[in-house]
Design a protein. Structure first.
Length: 165
């Protein structure tokens, strides 16, 4: 993980980095997203700070707004700082926006940030995506055909996010 400089600066503990990357991979795949897209969103939203709180009240790695969890996903959670909870809800919300926008990633990202119609936020994500695409290369991925088949059933039929241009 030597080349994961941004992540290494925030999470000095190798086990915590490994857990974060594994959870990103799992939750992203569960939602039908590319793990390195989710990693880019985390980098832009919280700069890998687990306890980040925005001025608007968004919380955690993916800066989930408490109301989003209930309105979009239908789940109330009091612990948006929990790694799995935050990533699960953040990925589900991004997936929901991708579905609403019929696969238009640019619009879905802007909607995630609350800046629909503006290009700044999606462009920040694309730039971070290019910089962080190699981060997950070091995360060991166990192959489990049963789990992988379940993941395929969960994914949305609308769209499979592709790498940025």
């Amino acid at each position: 993980m030597a080349h994961n400089k941004a992540l290494s600066e925030r999470l000095h503990n190798g086990h915590l980095r490994h857990d974060l990357l594994q959870t990103i991979y799992y939750e992203a795949k569960r939602a039908g997203l590319e793990p390195d897209l989710v990693l880019a969103v985390i980098r832009v939203e919280s700069n890998f700070r687990k306890y980040a709180i925005s001025s608007a009240g968004a919380r955690g790695f993916m800066q989930v707004m408490p109301a989003w969890a209930n309105i979009i996903v239908g789940e109330t959670s009091s612990n948006l700082f929990n790694l799995r909870t935050n990533l699960r809800l953040g990925c589900a919300i991004l997936r929901s926006y991708l579905d609403q926008e019929r696969g238009n990633l640019h619009r879905a990202l802007a909607r995630y940030n609350g800046s629909l119609g503006k290009d700044d936020y999606p462009n920040l994500i694309y730039a971070a995506w290019r910089l962080t695409a190699a981060m997950l290369a070091t995360c060991p991925r166990k192959t489990n055909s049963t789990r992988d088949n379940k993941m395929k059933k969960i994914q949305s039929p609308y769209y499979h996010v592709k790498k940025p241009p």
